[in-house]
Structure formats: structure tokens, C-alpha cells
Write a protein that binds this ligand. Sequence first.
Ligand code: PLP
Length: 377
Amino acid sequence: MHYLDHAATTPVPAEVAQAMMDVLTNQFGNPSAQYPLGQEAKKLTDRCRATVAKALGCKPERLFFTSCGTESDNWAIHAALWQGRHVGRHIITTSVEHSAILQPCKLLEQQGYEVTYLKPGRTGHVTVEQVEAALREDTVLVSMMLVNNETGCVFPVQETAQLLRQKKSRALLHCDAVQGFLKVPCDPVAWGVDMMSLSAHKIGGPKGIGALYIAESLRNPRPLLPGGGQELGLRSGTEATAQIAGFARAVELRMENHAEKLAKMAELKAYCLEKMLTIPTMVQVGRGEAPHILSLSLPGYPSANIVTDLGAKGICISAGSACHKGKSSHVVSALGLDKRTAAGVIRLSFGPETTTEDIDAAYEALREHKEKRFAML
Ligand code: PLP
């Protein structure tokens, strides 16, 4: 198998699975229990929180575990709206956010909120000037992703934080860093970001565990799940201790020789781009800087067919985001591509395990696909 879909999810290294297994079978206590087995589980959870927080550069007590990136995004939005309930009902986001932001925004529009969706330019980027032009007195939230999951474009989160400070805006800044964490510079505390979402399964951790960073300046954040008082009373529910242990172990592993891993991914991406562009008519879509995501198009060749064809050969790539399952992606639509180019968009994404052989296999399969199939559009 050649797995080139690390932006959809990542393989879990054996060390991560082992850390989880230990918790499931040995250190399985409930962290709220008073006896030693429970207290050990509590200490383990605290250690894991400290590990993830250190990698993000925040205090452990400002990092709250959730069940996934989607949950973190939803929580952040609702926490911001609650915080700014006396400020107004205007939200700024981008039209290329993940559905975990866009769908809650759609629902909020039905409830009377006004949402400005910033559209990216041809390269896939949005600018801080667009944020400035959209900012209003009654803006309560700016939600901007760090790395777009389809194009790999890095968005100006740090500059947006600066802008909000300069303008003395009362809007809170949330950043969905699910694709950016441990892939590109990411420093919510130094940047002055109010909330940031993470997800473990994009960095070699298990599915079903995420985190939300909440800045100290948010004094009494709105709890997501009131209940038994876990996560400082903000997100109740017995801690998913095995998942948490897996998340922390995955972070530790990624942090080992981190710079080299990123440099290797960037090299692979450059190698892949150069090779793929030798296939006649193949084009790059957007100009994503993130080292792990490459968006391409074979104009006129429907991406669903490409993905199925390659899949049958054991090559896993995606037609844009995995969350869109065949439907034309909102990100592709937002880039304003012509119909034929938009139809042929594919995404190849890399991880520390990716090799040049994986890329060579995808290249051969794409070349064959183009030779054997006819353009449909
Ligand atoms: N945000 C972005 C940018 C993503 O790419 C994803 C997943 O693909 C999510 C949020 C959702 O994360 P999760 O799968 O952990 O809910």
C-alpha cells in the first residue's frame, strides 16, 4: 500500500498504540477515583496534558481535552459568542474553513448571526487586509484556520491577532490549527490567539481525541459540557485516558528530530510536485506552503475516478478533503477554477513515514490513468 492521505488521517505508530494499550489494560483507573489506581490515572492525564501543552507553548491548565477537532471548533465558536454576547452578533471567517466551522456558522446565520466569509484569491490565500475590511464594532469572533486542509495554504493568523489588538477590537480570535499543529510555526500564546483547536489523528495519534487551547484572558469560558467537573469544569465527561496517552505519545514522537521530519516532508512535496508536473496538462492548485499537503489537478479527468483507480492499486490519495465524499468541495469552488480544472482536483498529503517510492507509485498510476482513460469533460 502507498498511503498518501496524511491530511485525512495518519497511521498510529506502534509506540503510540503501546502507550494506549498500557492505559487500557493496566492504568485503567478513573482519574476522579480517590484510590491509587485512580490517582495514577490522574497523574498520567496531567503528564499528557503537559506534554501536548509544551509542544503548543501554552500552560497545561489552558489546554482542554475534547473528543476531536470538530468538537474543539464548535466549542470555540460558542464560547466566543457567549463571551461577546453584549458586543454583537457578527462573525468573520473564511469560505474555505473546514465544515466543523462552516456548518456551525450556517446554523448561527439561521439564528440571526451575520457571518462574513472571506474568499481566498487564486493562490488559495486570504489576507489580513480582508479581515481589516470586514471587521466591525459588533464583530464578536474571527475564526481563521492555520493551514487549509485541501490546499496547504498557511493563513495570516499571527497578523490577524496583531490587527485585532491594533484596532482594539473586542472580537475574539479562534484558530483551527488541526492541519497546522507540528507542521508549520504555531504559537498561540506569543501571537495572542484566544482559542486554538487541535486534533491528535493528524499527527500520528488516535482518532477521537482533540484539544482546545483557551487563553488566560478568557476569564470564565463557557463550559461545553456541564457535568461532573472534569477539565476544570469546562468539558465534563470521564477523561478518555487511553486516547489522551496516545495523543501525548504521538506528540513526543513527532517532536523527536522535528525539524528534520519537516524538512523531509517539504523535500518530498517538492519532489512530488516536480514529478507530477511532467504529466502533460497536470497543474498545481493553489500555492500551499505547508510541507505536507499538495493539491493538483488533471483537468477534465474527474477526481472521483482518479481516486478509485488509484485506490484499486493500493494508492490512497484524496479528491480534496475526505469530508466531502465525492461532492465538489467548497474549497475548490472558492478558488474560482474553470470547470475542467475544478473537476480534476486531487490532494496528496505526506507524513514522516512517506517515501519517494510512494510518490513514484502515485506518479506511475496517474500517468497510466491519463493514458487509459479519456478526459470526460
Ligand atoms: N479542521 C480541519 C482543518 C481538519 O482538516 C479537520 C479534519 O479533517 C477537522 C477540523 C476535524 O477534525 P476531527 O476529524 O478531529 O474532528
